[in-house]
Ligand binder design. Structure first.
Ligand code: G1P
Length: 274
C-alpha cells in the first residue's frame, strides 16, 4: 500500500564535526555496514518498492555505496573470491537521487520529492535514527496503522525530559493503546514540551503534505530552517494526524552515546548469529 519512501540525507551533520566534514554521518560504520544501509533495509522489509534519497554535494559516497560495482565484482571473480560478491551492496529495489542545492531544512528536502511521489501516500525515514525491532520493522508498524486509518501517522517514542529539546514533540489524545490523535507538535521545544513523546524520524504522509510544503516554501522555523514539523502543524488544521508509539529500540546516531550503544548492540547480535 505504501510503495514509495523518501530518505533525506542532505544535511551538513554539524553535530558530528569534525569527522562529518569528510564522512557523511549516514556513512558512519555500524559493524561492517554504514548507518544508511540499515535504514534502506528497514524500508525494504516494510514493503517499500522505490526510494528517493535527497542528497547534497558532499554525499557522493552514499550514491557510490549503493551503485553497481562491476570492477570490484570482476576483481573478486578473477581472484577466486566469488563468495565475497554477495557482500557487495546492491539494493533489491531502485534508489533514485536528487540533490538539494542548499541545506535549507527537512521541509525543503521533502518538498523536492514532489514529482517522485505524485499523488500517493508515502513514507519518510530519517537516516539519523536507526530502529532495531525483533517483532516488526518500525516503518511497517506505521504502515499497518495507515492501512486502518488512511491518515498521516508519525512514529513517536517516550524520551527522557532532558532530551526532548532535541526533537519534535507531540501532544494529543490516546485513542487506542499507543495511538495518539495529535493536537499539537512543536519542534525542539526550549521549555515546556507538550509531552514526553518525541518524533523518531519515521513518518507516513498523505500527499496533502506536499501542497502544504509548497505553500510554506519560504518559511523559516526552529534553527532558521524550513522545518517539516511546521508543515505537519499546518496539516493538523486540515486533517487528522496520528502519532504511533513504535516498539523497538531507537538509536540517534547524532548522539555519541547512542551511536556507541548501537555499535555494541550490533556486535552482540552478530556474535549470537555466529
Ligand atoms: C528531525 C526532526 C525532528 C525529529 C528528529 C528525529 O530533527 O526535525 O522533529 O524529532 O529529526 O531524529 P533533526 O534530527 O534533523 O534535528
Amino acid at each position: 500500500m505504501i510503495k514509495k519512501a523518501i530518505i533525506p540525507a542532505a544535511g551538513y551533520g554539524t553535530r558530528g564535526l569534525p569527522i562529518t566534514k569528510v564522512l557523511p554521518k549516514e556513512m558512519f560504520p555500524i559493524g561492517l555496514k554504514p548507518a544508511i544501509h540499515y535504514v534502506v533495509e528497514e524500508a525494504i522489509e516494510s514493503g517499500i518498492e522505490q526510494i528517493l534519497m535527497i542528497v547534497s554535494k558532499k554525499k557522493n559516497m552514499i550514491v557510490d555505496y549503493f551503485d553497481e560495482s562491476l570492477e570490484l565484482e570482476a576483481f573478486l571473480e578473477r581472484e577466486n573470491k566469488h563468495h565475497l560478491i554477495e557482500l557487495v551492496p546492491v539494493p533489491a529495489i531502485p534508489i533514485h537521487y536528487i540533490r538539494q542545492p542548499y541545506a535549507k531544512g527537512l521541509g525543503d528536502a521533502i518538498r523536492l520529492g514532489k514529482s517522485f511521489i505524485g499523488d500517493e501516500p508515502f513514507a519518510v525515514l530519517l537516516p539519523d535514527d536507526i530502529m532495531l525491532s525483533r517483532i516488526e520493522p518500525a516503518l511497517k508498524q506505521l504502515i499497518n496503522q495507515f492501512s486502518k486509518y488512511g491518515k498521516t501517522i508519525i512514529g513517536v517514542k517516550e524520551v527522557e525530559e532532558s532530551k526532548l529539546k532535541h526533537y519534535g514533540v507531540i501532544s494529543g489524545e490516546e485513542k487506542t493503546k499507543g495511538l495518539i490523535k495529535l493536537d499539537n507538535i512543536v519542534e525542539k521545544p526550549k521549555s515546556n514540551p507538550p509531552s514526553n513523546c518525541a518524533v523518531i524520524g519515521r513518518y507516513i504522509f498523505t500527499p496533502g503534505l506536499l501542497s502544504v510544503l509548497e505553500n510554506k516554501s519560504t518559511s523559516v522555523g526552529a534553527g532558521g530552517e524550513f522545518q517539516l514539523t511546521d508543515a505537519i502543524k499546518d496539516l493538523l488544521f486540515m486533517d487528522d494526524c496520528y502519532g504511533k508509539v513504535v516498539s523497538g529500540r531507537r538509536y540517534d546516531i547524532g548522539i555519541n552515546e547512542d551511536y556507541i550503544n548501537l555499535i555494541n548492540e550490533i556486535e552482540r547480535s552478530n556474535k549470537k548469529i555466529d
